[in-house]
Design a protein around this ligand. Sequence first.
Ligand code: F6R
Length: 605
Amino acid sequence: MCGISGIVHSENFGRSLLNSIKNLEYRGYDSCGVAVIQNGKIDLRKNIGGIDDVNLKERLDQMQGKIGIAHTRWATHGGVTQENAHPHLSANRKFAVVHNGIISNYQQLRERLLSEGVCFDSLTDTEVFVNLLEKSYTESNDLEQAFLAALQQIEGSFSIVMLSSHDPENLYCVKKESPLLLGLGEGCNYVGSDINAFLEYTRKAIVLDEGEYVILGPNEYQVRSLKTGKKLKKNVLHIDWDVETSKKGGFSHYMLKEIFDEPQTVRQAMQIPKEQIVALAEMFADSSRSYMMGVGTTYYVASISQYYFSALAECYYSALSSDEFSVVDIKQGDMVLAISQSGETYDTKTALVYAKECGAKTAAIVNVMGSAISMMADQVIMQGSGPEICVVSTKAALAQTFIMVRVALELGLIRRKIKQKDYKKFQNEMQEFSEIIEIVLNEQSGFVRNIARDTSHVEHWLFLGCGVYYPVAMESALKMKEVTYQHAEGMPAGFLKHGTLSMVESALHTLFFVPPPEQKELHKRTLIAMEQVKSRGGTVIAIIFQGDELAQKLAFQSINLPVVSSLFAPLLQMIIAQMFAYYAALDLGRNIDKPRNLGKSVTVG
Ligand code: F6R
């Protein structure tokens, strides 16, 4: 879960490489480094810390050259030290390598190289590979042959980019399980672990497939199969993401900016052609058993969707956390839907591979074009939410949920569970939803900020809701934990009385997701739980809808939202809870866009 970038022949070289890893910083940010060829030699600078800090120490932006590689790291193997930061050099300093993934047999290889007299600076698997390269080159005197020979010796999952002073015109790249893409410019080419590495410079991209390697020059590239050595013809994709969307645009953090992107994200989700939505609904309708899976936030998106499928199409589908998916007995004729912002999450990818091996039909909702999951599934909906830079997922999760509502609605129609006139009404509500979000964001943000500030000291929270508001509470609690590092536990409101009530006292705060009063049964059950907390001296904060006096009376503080259709009430509360977590984290001085111990796409198991 690190970021790789490489550039061949760019103007303003150091600055371009630096920008490109800055655009990848959300993938890892504990150390970084750059290696370039200057005057026939490799100049390497790397250090621990975020990219701006390292740049101040090492002046990466002033590095000169025409070809180079860069890396931003999130440590998985080997601690956060300058030695362990990438790029890694071979002992003779003629090879430099950046690497994502894991070389699983590196210990044996390291011991062999040690016995042959190689000295290592770091504890990383990458340094083993770069020294294998050096050895292989001594034997063949041919760079491509040396690259292939070294690759033959390693096992695991990896993407690697190699720079060598033996060939100052080309980068050597390989992809196995860990993503790698090429960016094609004018007289200048790029390689990156995702398109953000080069989106600022070009919109033309090539996604590398499993077991492919590339020799990348300034004007040409050759993609070949590792297995056969054959030259491969690749499709060039046009990336239509707006570069501006990946900028902070005056907001103090990407998280806030991306929350404010949500009206636009919903509009984009509404633009996804109806045929694609219907095709996915039909896939559900035609399958004997259907499953939805994701992990972290996307698991909660699947869990929220369960309620929509049930309400709109009278279908119940299991929602599973991808890391638990292998316990399910999947059979031919089953259908599995994966939900993933990055399209690279290891747990979800692995679960999808398992589903395919069992003969299931597969579908996916993904944000990142060309990502592994988007290439694997039989049917894919690209959500088109634009780059989500903050590690914490907000706009992507909302868009995924919105898309799932669209699918549930189509399925309801296919299964004749909703009438045409209701379908039309829901469609109209969908069209209006983005404007409602805009109003709510503008009207409520000050108010949400005040309550978040007043309560940011609270160390233990219970987030409670009934029906669909329960997974919304779960997702909101995850957001709170991720970004504030405070304890927040999501739970069904009715579950509270079965044990957890024992914890209630004034220091324990509860956030209730109260449905509109028209959802009578859910509303009643939520208010009962609010009373249970209040009567035991617990502090009740509630997100409610205007006119709900009963709930208002029970709450110590409440956030009053405009009345919306019950279809979108849970989604509106989800947005408010994202803002609540943001402002609490702001007050606590947390590293909001890059919270500790998290990375944007978790590509390890
Ligand atoms: C939550 C969050 C994580 C991701 C999870 C799945 O804010 O960012 O829980 O949702 O790691 O990631 P994707 O959606 O990329 O598969």
